[in-house]
Design a protein around this ligand. Sequence first.
Ligand SMILES: Cc1cc2nc3c(=O)[nH]c(=O)nc-3n(C[C@H](O)[C@H](O)[C@H](O)COP(=O)(O)OP(=O)(O)OC[C@H]3O[C@@H](n4cnc5c(N)ncnc54)[C@H](O)[C@@H]3O)c2cc1C
Length: 340
Amino acid sequence: MSAEFKVKTNKPILIIGQGLAGTILAHQALSAGFEVEIWDSPSTHFTSSWAAGGIFNPVTGRKLEATWLAEEIFTYLFPFYEGLEKTLGTRFFYPMPLFRPFANAEMKGWLLDRKSQIDHDFLLWTDVGVWVSNSGWVDVATLLSASSKYFTEKKILFRRRFSESELSEISQPFERIICCEGFHGQQNAFWKGFGFLPAKGELLTFKSNQPSEEYILNKNGFVLPLGNQEFKVGATYRWDEYGPNSVPEAQAELKQKLVNFQIDQYEEIEKLVGVRPATQDRRPLVGMHPTINVGIFNGFGSKGVSLMPYFADAFVGEWLGKKMVHSEASIRRFSHLFSV
Ligand SMILES: Cc1cc2nc3c(=O)[nH]c(=O)nc-3n(C[C@H](O)[C@H](O)[C@H](O)COP(=O)(O)OP(=O)(O)OC[C@H]3O[C@@H](n4cnc5c(N)ncnc54)[C@H](O)[C@@H]3O)c2cc1C
């Protein structure tokens, strides 16, 4: 790294939250040479990342479009997770093809008529659907627990709750404080008006001999193979309550998805519940507050696994004066909220 972009402070960065966002940002900051301290309070603010399906997939929607910045983000993602597996000495990154069957004959005809317009390198067309390359899943629970052990061994992870009222006492010893609070961030007064739109979701893990273990099946939901004949089916969305518990309607919806996937012999293993930290404009919230040394790394919605590594690199690069976070992800788009 050129001397121009080296860390020029010996004060640590304080990261609030050890969900997937705080974890990935902490790894990126450490590898850039920053000292890091992490405060996490899962007993008071539940961690949604443990519920994630963990899927990454560069194709979205009924029209099979490439996702936002897919080329850059998916080029960055593979070496990032492979490198992190080496750092942590644990396997959690599983590239795997994803298959999207055509919903019905009408949809197949509609898509084939537009094939030349929607075609891109991530798609391989067949008679019954499309294969999506550069897909797979991250075992987020394993990544979080291996990281927790790694941070604990480095003595940088603390079970401690952050509150805005203590800012004047704690801001001095830290170079900057970055809030990675997931959907709890909508309660944080620093980020009022940022358009949080959290979406609660549930998944079900189950054991069955019926689905394929070779690929992720994606048709109005997904079936994700975990190995040993275990799978996840998901996911549900609701916006009316954000509690940590499973609700019967969501479980009924997941069982209906299994029926639709023609899976009728299975043994339930576990219900998983979380809240996606989504935003109204469907873009992340990355950047520093304009007047205090507090920043935010949040708003990754249902695409945390693919977006976080790329944007954590960009955010740390911004601290070093090396690059700027993409304008659509940067909180510079809310600068009118801070003007006096
Ligand atoms: C059912 C479901 C399925 C999903 N599937 C996928 C998927 O397939 N692919 C994908 O990419 N994404 C998926 N997601 C989304 C993904 O889980 C999220 O993008 C990601 O987990 C968000 O991580 P986070 O770190 O921002 O939030 P969280 O995981 O909620 O972490 C926030 C952390 O901050 C801590 N915290 C909050 N406030 C404070 C405070 N004041 N003091 C101290 N600590 C605090 C909390 O204790 C918590 O540990 C899914 C989500 C759900 C719910």
